[in-house]
Design a protein around this ligand. Structure first.
Ligand SMILES: Cc1ncc(COP(=O)(O)O)c(C=O)c1O
Length: 383
């Protein structure tokens, strides 16, 4: 993340009161006996992993999920002490760091399991692990056929304690519940296999955001929300929308204004030609900041409470917009690429629709050189 000592012209503003609202909403959807394993991978979906993790902890969350050992180390380096579960694959070379920094691995294959067991034994330690089972995603996880070999491999091993069992749903936000029902059935059968072996599992987790909302039978002892924490969902239109609040706004600033005559083209390759005398504003934001090039001649942004179009191709570091219809437009005006300005809104799900993707990608794509500004009790501060 970029730190900055100057006033940024392009920045993301992160509002943790919205995060708190979304967290409360999620808490209200799950039983009291069920906890939250908050997903802060991918820099907390672009919001800033360390700051978001701290905000979640301040709001009572004690377990965080990341995708890699590197992401876990970033959180530990910033002083975060609660449980950090590494959802993604772990390479043998990363095991010393994993153990030293007390990250909780998810075991998805026998080879990694044995390597962790050996490394922990060599340190005279016992490490808690979560086992991931494959139920329909065909990504990571042990199949039910592989479980007997896991039990065999761990039969006399004291250095590994299975604390959790999990799977990941492939279609919880899909139109049909068929695959989710089948995955949950396979998962319940796996829970039965562990129970018959006498393995007590304090932490059982399956539900991502969509499943939290749609499949109460998937709640078990923990849920793993990601996108809903950040104020979005990808549920089908047939499901009533939860009252989520987007946490992040993405802003830039008009740094230059130019009047062009009809017929003048804007940006590379002449894809935009003015149909009338027009006022074009230059913004210091481009695809290198995560303003996707597919938004060229397609995206809309907000200036002085009005929606205005992107004019021409989005460049690496700059984007032009047509502000002809904005009265009194001036250099220095704030521009909203994601967020609200007056009565108008452009949120990440709408941006995603324009370019055929999902709000996840729009948020995660916000570049590392974009400063994130966080609300603090003293106001908005650059971090
Ligand atoms: C294993 C796992 N669990 C939970 C999540 C959170 O999903 P969502 O953001 O849809 O809530 C993800 C996100 O991709 C994931 O990979």
């Amino acid at each position: 993340m970029t730190t900055t000592s100057t006033v940024p012209t392009t920045y993301a503003h992160v509002d943790f009161s919205a995060l708190s609202h979304n967290l409360s909403l999620i808490s209200g959807m799950i039983p009291n006996s069920c906890g939250i394993l908050a997903v802060v991978k991918a820099n907390a979906y672009g919001h800033g992993a360390v700051e978001t993790a701290r905000a979640l902890i301040n709001q009572g969350v004690s377990r965080l999920a990341v995708v890699s050992v590197a992401e876990g180390l970033t959180l530990r380096d910033s002083g975060i002490t609660g449980q950090i579960v590494v959802l993604g694959p772990i390479l043998e070379a990363q095991i010393p760091d994993l153990l030293a920094r007390e990250l909780t691995p998810v075991i998805s294959d026998l080879r990694t399991c044995s390597a962790i067991a050996r490394a922990a034994a060599a340190l005279g330690r016992s490490v808690s692990v979560h086992v991931k089972v494959e139920t329909g995603m065909a990504r990571l996880g042990l199949t039910s056929d592989e479980l007997p070999r896991l039990f065999e491999a761990l039969a006399d091993v004291k250095s590994i304690r299975i604390e959790g069992l999990m799977t990941h749903l492939a279609d919880a936000d899909g139109d049909s519940s068929d695959l989710t029902d089948a995955q949950l059935q396979t998962f319940r059968a796996t829970l039965g296999t562990f129970a018959r072996r006498g393995i007590h599992l304090p932490l059982v987790h399956v539900a991502n955001s969509a499943a939290i909302l749609r499949f109460p039978e998937s709640h078990f002892s923990l849920v793993r929300p990601g996108i809903m924490l950040y104020g979005y969902h990808t549920l089908p239109k047939t499901v009533p929308s939860p009252n989520l609040k987007p946490v992040l706004q993405f802003h830039s600033t008009i740094v230059h204004l130019r009047t062009i005559e009809a017929g003048t083209t804007v940006s590379y390759n002449r894809t935009f030609a003015a149909r009338r005398k027009s006022t074009i504003a230059v913004l210091p934001i481009g695809y290198a900041d995560g303003y996707n090039r597919l938004l060229s001649n397609r995206g809309k942004v907000l200036v002085r409470g009005k929606r205005v179009p992107v004019a021409g191709l989005v460049c690496m570091d700059m984007t032009m917009i047509d502000v002809t219809e904005v009265p009194d437009v001036q250099v220095g005006d704030r521009v909203t690429l994601i967020g609200r300005d007056g009565q108008e809104t452009v949120f990440a799900d709408e941006v995603a629709d324009w370019i055929g993707t999902i709000p996840y990608e729009v948020l995660c794509g916000i570049g590392s050189r974009v400063p994130r500004l966080y609300d603090s009790p003293a106001g908005t501060v650059p971090v």
